[in-house]
Design a protein around this ligand. Structure first.
Ligand code: NI
Length: 179
């Protein structure tokens, strides 16, 4: 078990366009995913993208098998390893919602996202994933996949009056929140 350092906003490695993963079911890939799961769990994250630990590859993980203490009211998103993802918006509807990011610690902002998406890609064994989702699940996937094209959530924000420190915005959440 290895908890890796999470890069913070300002690090240029978070701004790269990640290349496709070309080899599946390798020892290197399995070790990387185990490290990412350990790192996400240790930080109580809803998701983590490989570029956030300095690995330039189209790989994200998200979801939990239990309720996430940082998002106690959110529906459970199944734990997923998603490689080489492609996201398609299913309609024009946009939803605003609060987001945080382990690379932007201690802050929250309201981000517009597509309400309903289909996403495709592969798991670590090269088996295809094809899901149609909405709400929090759709938001998490869009947030994580943005890390693969060098986008952090503040770069998607449109209303900076809804951006601030978690401890000020959500005092009750403070003790649970260590991002
Ligand atoms: Ni993030």
């Amino acid at each position: 078990m290895t908890i890796r350092e999470i890069l913070k906003m300002g690090d240029p490695r978070l701004l790269r366009i990640a290349p496709l993963v070309t080899k599946f079911d390798t020892d290197v890939l399995h070790v990387l995913i185990t490290d990412m799961l350990d790192t996400m769990r240790a930080a109580n994250g809803a998701g983590l993208a490989a570029p956030q630990i300095g690995v330039d590859a189209q790989l994200v993980i998200f979801g939990t098998d239990t309720v996430n203490p940082r998002y106690p009211d959110a529906p459970v998103v199944p734990r997923t390893v998603l490689i080489n993802p492609v996201i398609t918006a299913l309609d024009a509807e946009i939803e605003n919602g609060w987001e945080g990011c382990l690379s932007v610690p201690g802050m929250r902002g309201v981000v517009p996202r597509h309400a309903r998406i289909r996403y495709t890609g592969f798991d670590q064994y090269g088996d295809p994933i094809d899901r149609t989702v909405d709400g929090f699940h759709a938001r998490v996937v869009q947030h994580e996949c943005d890390h693969l094209i060098g986008k952090l959530y503040p770069m998607r924000m449109t209303d900076f009056t809804q951006f601030g420190f978690t401890e000020v915005l959500f005092p009750g959440l403070d003790a649970l929140d260590d991002d």
